[in-house]
Design a protein around this ligand. Structure first.
Ligand code: HEM
Length: 325
């Protein structure tokens, strides 16, 4: 189906969504009177950042996911540890893996110069995620705004909130359900792995020690497994591998990789263990725009996960420094 047709769908869906989502108090025009240039500032900065480092688009998009799954979309992933509390960014899943914090700080500074005390850190993450995805070829989606930042960030909460790379299909479904997202959202959002990089260690067992037997997962395409072994030698789990075979472009190739047994992590391959995952992957491959459009819709759903403990607005996204002037 032509792009323009999807854009038509997008706008129709947008109108419906405005009616639904605005009940949750997020709206697309939230900053129209207080900071009308907010979206433009964010987009310009993201364009600059990704022009300088294409890979960073993935890191920026992932921040929104890791933010929203822990305490809702409240910018808590951006907070530094305090004297008494280890922050989310120090949790094992995040530390040394999440990237782009410095760029969010930079964008926040620009926004504070233009409209002090207005734009929340959580909203910046939502806008950045969309702009980073679009920059690598994704379809745009309307970003709903008006999130309130939290004041706490607790490393211990990360493990019980985010999905693990070793999860099977039902564990993934359950983790997404805990934040109000359904199975379809989970399958579509997993397509976030269309861009970016994974440490070789993220799929070490599948490659080198499947079920503790010192073998490669027999379900992996044998030729693919051999080339993967060359890129990810046994003794170096800290090397990187592209998340899919076209990891600099946001596209549906993630799903064709899965269908051809070239998936990487257990959690990716798990999608092929359920008829819904297989059915979706086939649709996405047959009609890539279908996936690009649905990814935007699923990101709207994810961005709508409410903050469990909203606090206020932060001048600096990394520290609690309440300020109402
Ligand atoms: C479905 C459950 C998911 C699991 C288990 C999972 C797990 C992971 C892991 C383990 C990595 C690699 C970390 C590393 O090696 O340093 C990763 C990378 C990534 N994930 Fe996920 N993820 C999931 C869902 C998502 C979702 C929903 C998104 C976005 C919508 C996303 C976006 C990304 C991106 C873009 C990267 C690459 C980051 C970069 O290049 O810096 N993931 N994920």
């Amino acid at each position: 189906m032509a792009t323009s047709c999807y854009q038509w769908f997008l706008w129709t869906a947008t109108i419906l969504l405005i009616a639904v989502v605005s009940q949750g108090q997020l709206t697309t025009d939230f900053y129209d009177s207080t900071c009308p240039q907010a979206a433009t500032i964010v987009k310009q900065k993201v364009d600059e950042i990704v022009d300088a480092d294409k890979g960073m688009a993935a890191g920026l998009m992932r921040l929104h996911f890791h933010d929203c799954f822990v305490r809702g979309c409240d910018g808590s992933v951006l907070l530094n540890s305090t004297n008494t509390t280890l922050a989310e960014k120090e949790a094992l899943i995040n530390n040394g893996s999440l990237r782009g914090f410095e760029h969010i700080d930079d964008i926040k500074m620009d926004l504070e110069c233009s409209c002090p005390g207005v734009v929340s850190c959580a909203d910046i993450l939502a806008m950045v995620a969309r702009d980073a995805t679009v920059k690598l070829g994704g379809l745009s989606w309307p970003v709903f705004l008006g999130r309130i930042d939290g004041a706490s960030s607790v490393a211990d909460e990360v493990n019980s909130s985010l999905p693990f790379r070793t999860y099977n299909f039902s564990q993934l479904v359950a983790t997404f359900a805990k934040v109000g997202l359904d199975t379809k959202d989970m399958i579509v959002l997993s397509g976030g792995h269309s861009i970016g990089q994974l440490h070789c260690g993220a799929f070490f067992e599948r490659l080198w020690d499947f079920q503790g037997q010192n073998i490669t997962d027999p379900s992996m395409d044998p030729e693919f497994a051999e080339s993967l072994k060359a890129q990810c030698p046994r003794d170096n789990p800290l090397l990187f591998k592209g998340a899919d075979s076209t990891n600099a472009t946001f596209d549906a190739v993630y799903y064709s990789d899965l269908l051809t047994h070239k998936g990487l992590m257990d959690s990716d391959v798990a999608l092929m263990s359920d008829p819904l995952g297989v059915e979706y992957a086939i649709k996405a491959v047959q009609d890539p725009y279908y996936f690009l459009f649905e990814f935007g819709m699923a990101m709207i759903n994810m961005g709508n996960i409410p903050a469990s403990d909203p606090y206020g607005w932060r001048k600096n996204c990394a520290v609690i420094e309440p300020c109402n002037n």
